[in-house]
Every structure is written in C-alpha cells, then in structure tokens.
Design a protein around this ligand. Structure first.
Ligand code: NAD
Ligand code: IPM
Ligand code: MN
Length: 356
C-alpha cells in the first residue's frame, strides 16, 4: 500500500518541523512495510513570494489528489500588511480548509507525566488531564460577512458570527461520536447568554443529545470554560465549540501539556484530511533550530490513525515520544533544570531511536 502525502511546509518553523515529521513517517513505513510518497506544495508567505498568491491552484490540486495532507504553519511579519485576501491566513489557510470541507479540527490535549514540572501550572492541577477539543473549522466569525466602511470620526468594521443548523449538527455529531469512544462526557462551550448563534448551537446540541443517550452532555459558557481549563482541567473529556472559541481555548489548553509545541491537530470531515500542529510559524524562534517538532510528529500519528486506520503505528509514535520525554530530552520550550536540551533535529533523532 502506498499513501500519497501532500506536504505543505509553509513559513517560519513550518519548514523546520515538517521534514522531521516526514522522517518519522519514513521510519514507520520501514518498520511496518508501508510506503509513502511525499509531494511538496507551496502555501502561505513562501507561495506569495514565489507565485504571487498564498494558495496556488496547483497546491489545491495536489491536496485533492492526495490521501492526506501534512501542513507546517503559515504567516509571518513579512506578509502581515498585505491586503487581507492575500494574507497567508485569510488567503490560504481558511480557503484550503473551506475548499476541502474540513469542518472539524480535533486537538487532543493531555498531561505528560514527564512534563508535569515543565508546565506553568501545578502538578496537582494537571493530574489526570486527558481531553480533546473539537473545534468547528469552516464557520463562525472566520467565514461570516465582514466589511469596513468610512463613518464620521473614522471607520467601522465588522465580522459576523453565523451558524446554520446543518453546520452545528455535523460538528455536534462528530463530537458525540468522539465522546462515545472515550469517557462519554461531552461539554459544549458557547456564549448562549449573549449570542444568538450560540443559542441555536445549544438548542441543536440538546436536540441531538436524545440520539446519544449514553453520552452525558453539559453546557458551559466560554468565559467560564477558560477559567475551568486552568482550575480543574481533568473535568473535561470531549469539548465541542465554535471556530473562534476553539481557536483560543485550544492554545490555552496546550499549556496543560506544557507547550504549544506539543499540540497536534487533525482537520477532518472533508474529502481529504489535513494534519497540522496547532501552533503557528513562530517568527520569534524561526531559523534557530529551536522549534519543538513533537506537535507535528504527533500530528502524523493522528494521520496514521484517522486517515489510514493504522492504529498500532500511531500508538507506537506516541509511545516513542513519551519515552524520549521520560529520558529527559527537551527542546527549549519545555526545558527544565536538570534535563537535556536538544534542537529540533536531535529531538527527532531521539524519537527515531525509540521507534527502531
Ligand atoms: P505561534 O503559534 O507561531 O507562536 C506563539 C508562541 O509559541 C511563540 O513564542 C513561539 O515561539 C511559540 N511556539 C509555537 N510553536 C512552537 C514550537 N513548535 N516549538 C517551540 N515554541 C513554539 O503564534 P503567533 O506568534 O501568534 O503567530 C505567528 C504567525 O503564525 C502569525 O503569522 C500567525 O497568523 C501564524 N499562525 C499560523 C498558524 C497555522 O499555520 N496553522 C497557526 C497559528 C498562527
Ligand atoms: C490555527 C491558527 C489559524 C486559525 C490562523 C492562522 C488562521 O491560529 O490554526 O489555530 O485561527 O484557525
Ligand atoms: Mn490558532
């Protein structure tokens, strides 16, 4: 079996971590007799520089003709002041997700025993944390009507949070199914005390709940959820929420596993799934070989499981990462006293040694 992987390294540390995750896939391929073909495509700032557009048609075609997509990160200061529709974020990442129908972004987040002291949160608070945030990815503020116009005294600008019943139903179903495979607790996060779109969200989740009698559903306002995430994160199993809330809460939740550089993600629900670390291009550390490759390595583990049903292979990667952390190897973002500082490539080398 040969799996065709579209590889979109993108900008900043994206170009540093993606090759590391490919090394891990190659090692898995050799170990389990799976073959991969890797075809690179341009996306983001580098695509603007080389072609004038952040998401060339060729890249979109490549993605459509692949079995899975591996994305690094896009964006950076160099492209921040371009007209909105040409910026890497709005001009490439959002349309890529939309075009491929990737309406669900799955971000698993748990505490690693070995990293309990590396987190900014107390060990006792982190204990037992193992959750997954399911973020709606093709609706809400990101895709609603937006605009700007001149008014007296300056300008006004607006973004609108829009959700339809079918959009909420499909993400909610995916979250109910995910909870069914885990601890059967689903927490839907919204702002139904203020927002009309949240009221539709909550009604829809409640209506579907009747079809999933084994799942315990709770609702939480997003402001409270932000607080509960750092107060007692172990209370969460599956969290489902709209696009913007999920973006913010998942970066926050990444600190439960000590660093944003640990947070993997899968964008699913469409024709071909996309795997990407939850973090960005990290301009502050780009080009310094400091980036933590683990989020991307864990993202390819998700690829093996979700796209190819290679569960043993995915578990093998996760176990290798845990062993490396247990042995005390650390990139700068998770460094603590008494541990061994390694760079991006060395961290991957250690993972490969455990896989061998
Ligand atoms: P960021 O996620 O790039 O970085 C936030 C902080 O986390 C930085 O201090 C960075 O050094 C650190 N960090 C992130 N990933 C790390 C890793 N793997 N190892 C070690 N440290 C890591 O967010 P930002 O600085 O707000 O955004 C920078 C650029 O990335 C912006 O252009 C933004 O739009 C873009 N962005 C892209 C994506 C994506 O491509 N999916 C996601 C988020 C942000
Ligand atoms: C993410 C990023 C993106 C988002 C940006 C870069 C458009 O922050 O993948 O979390 O907000 O979805
Ligand atoms: Mn984000």
């Amino acid at each position: 079996m040969t799996y065709r992987i579209a590889v979109l390294p993108g900008d900043g540390i994206g170009a540093e971590i993606v090759p590391q995750a490919i090394r891990v896939l190659e090692a898995i391929g050799a170990k389990y007799g799976i073959s991969f073909t890797f075809t690179e495509g341009l996306i983001g700032g580098i695509a603007i520089d080389k072609t004038g557009h952040p998401l060339p048609q060729e890249t979109l075609d490549l993605c459509r003709n692949s079995d899975a997509i591996l994305l690094g990160a896009i964006g950076g200061p160099k492209w921040d002041n371009l007209p909105t529709h040409l910026r890497p974020e709005v001009g490439a990442l959002l349309p890529l997700r939309k075009e491929l129908g990737l309406y669900a972004n799955v971000r698993p987040c748990r505490t690693y025993e070995a990293l309990a002291d590396a987190s900014t949160l107390k060990k006792e608070v982190l204990s037992g944390t193992d959750m997954v945030i399911i973020r709606e990815l093709t609706g809400g503020l990101y895709f609603g009507a937006k605009g700007r116009e001149d008014v007296e005294g300056g300008q006004k600008a607006w973004d609108t949070m829009v959700y339809s019943t079918p959009e909420i139903e499909r993400i909610a179903r995916l979250a109910f199914e995910a909870a069914g495979k885990r601890n059967k607790q689903l927490c839907s996060v919204d702002k139904a005390n203020v927002l009309e779109s949240s009221r539709l969200w909550r009604e829809t989740v409640n209506r579907l709940a009747a079809e999933y009698p084994d799942i315990t559903v709770t609702h939480m306002y997003v402001d409270n959820a932000a607080m509960q995430l750092v107060r007692r994160p172990s209370q969460f199993d599956v969290v489902v929420t709209e696009n913007t809330f999920g973006d913010i809460l998942s970066d926050q939740a990444s600190m439960l596993s000590a660093s944003l550089g640990m947070l993997a993600s899968a964008s699913i629900g469409g024709e071909v799934a996309l795997y990407e670390p939850a973090h960005g291009s990290a301009p502050d550390i780009a080009g310094q070989k400091k980036a933590n490759p683990i989020a991307t390595i864990l993202s390819v583990a998700m690829m093996l499981e979700y796209s190819f049903n290679r569960v043993a292979e995915a578990r093998d990667i996760e176990a290798a990462v845990e062993k490396v952390l247990a042995k005390g190897f650390r990139t700068g973002d998770i460094m603590e006293a008494g541990k061994t500082l390694v760079n991006t490539e060395e961290m991957t080398n250690r993972v490969l040694e455990e896989l061998a």
